[in-house]
Design a protein around this ligand. Structure first.
Ligand SMILES: Nc1ncnc2c1ncn2[C@H]1C[C@H](O)[C@@H](COP(=O)(O)OP(=O)(O)OP(=O)(O)O)O1
Ligand SMILES: Nc1nc2c(ncn2[C@@H]2O[C@H](COP(=O)(O)OP(=O)(O)O)[C@@H](O)[C@H]2O)c(=O)[nH]1
Length: 226
C-alpha cells in the first residue's frame, strides 16, 4: 500500500461494523481500531480512562466525549504510519469534530440496516470478551456451541444486547448519529449501504475500497473475489 488511507465505519449496534471491519482488515491490510474493544482493554488494564469509562459502560451509557477523545486521539497518533479503519468512533458530533481536527478522512462507510434485522441479530450475538471476537448463533456460529474458536474460552452475551435494553439503545443511536452522518455527507466522503445481509453489502464495500486504496494488483483481485 503506497499511500496511507483513513476510513471510518458508522452504523447502529448490530449493523455489521465489526464483521465488515474484520474483512477489511484481513483483505486490505488496514488496522482495525474498535472503540468498544479498546475501551474494554483499558478497563481490563485499569488505566485512568478505563476506570472512568467503566462506570458509564456498566450503565449502558455512552462514555463522555472528552474521555473518548482523550483515549482515541493518542491511540491514532501511534498509528500514523498505518492505514486504518475506525469502528465505533466517532459516535457523536463532538467526537467527529475532534477527529476532524486531528486528521483527514478518505472514506466514511455508513451501514443502514432495518430495525427488525438489528433486533434479530443482536438477540443471537455472542462475544468472546477478551478478544472482542463476535459470533452469531445463525450467521457465524462458533465451532463448538458457547465456546470461542481460538481460545476455547466461554462466550458471553452483552447485557445491553438483550431484548429489553435493545430498542432504547437503537433509538438513542439514531439521534446521536444523525449529525455525524450529515457532517460526512456534507464533506462528500459518505458512502451509505442499505441491505439486510452483510454478504450482500460486502461486495460493494470491497469494490469501493479497491477503487480508493491504491493496492497492488494481487490484493485487488483477492478483494473483489471475496
Ligand atoms: N465513541 C464512543 N463514544 C462513547 N461511548 C462509546 C464509544 N464507543 C463505545 N462506547 C461505549 C458504549 C458502550 O457502552 C460501550 C461498548 O461499545 P461497543 O463495543 O461499541 O458496543 P455497542 O454495543 O454500544 O455497539 P456495537 O454493538 O455497535 O458494537 O462503550
Ligand atoms: N444473520 C446475520 N447476522 C449477521 C450478519 N452480519 C453480521 N451478523 C451478526 O450480527 C451481529 C452484529 O454484527 P457486528 O459485526 O457485531 O455489528 P456491530 O455491532 O455493528 O459491530 C453479530 O453477531 C454478527 O455475527 C448478516 O448478514 N446476517
Amino acid at each position: 500500500m503506497s499511500k496511507l488511507f483513513r476510513a471510518v465505519i458508522l452504523g447502529p449496534p448490530g449493523s455489521g461494523k465489526g464483521t465488515i471491519s474484520e474483512r477489511v482488515a484481513s483483505i486490505f491490510g488496514l488496522q482495525h481500531l474498535s472503540s468498544g474493544d479498546f475501551l474494554r482493554q483499558n478497563i481490563t488494564a485499569n488505566t485512568e480512562a478505563g476506570i472512568l469509562a467503566k462506570t458509564y459502560i456498566e450503565k449502558g451509557a455512552l462514555v463522555p466525549d472528552h474521555v473518548m477523545t482523550r483515549l482515541m486521539l493518542p491511540r491514532l497518533e501511534e498509528m500514523t504510519r498505518h492505514s486504518w479503519l475506525l469502528d465505533g468512533f466517532p459516535r457523536t458530533l463532538a467526537q467527529a469534530e475532534a477527529l476532524n481536527s486531528a486528521c483527514d478522512l478518505d472514506v466514511v462507510i455508513s451501514l443502514n440496516i432495518p430495525l427488525e434485522t438489528l433486533k434479530e441479530r443482536l438477540r443471537h450475538r455472542w462475544i468472546h470478551p477478551a478478544s472482542g471476537r463476535v459470533y452469531n448463533m445463525c450467521f457465524n456460529p462458533p465451532r463448538v456451541q458457547g465456546v470461542d474458536d481460538i481460545t476455547g474460552e466461554p462466550l458471553i452475551q452483552h447485557e445491553d444486547d438483550k431484548p429489553e435494553a435493545l430498542v432504547a439503545r437503537l433509538r438513542h443511536y439514531k439521534d446521536v448519529a444523525k449529525p455525524v452522518i450529515d457532517l460526512y455527507r456534507a464533506k462528500g466522503i459518505l458512502h451509505m449501504f442499505s441491505d439486510t445481509e452483510t454478504d450482500r453489502i460486502w461486495p460493494y464495500v470491497s469494490s469501493l475500497l479497491s477503487a480508493k486504496i491504491p493496492t497492488d494488483h494481487a490484493d485487488v483481485q483477492r478483494a473483489t473475489t471475496h
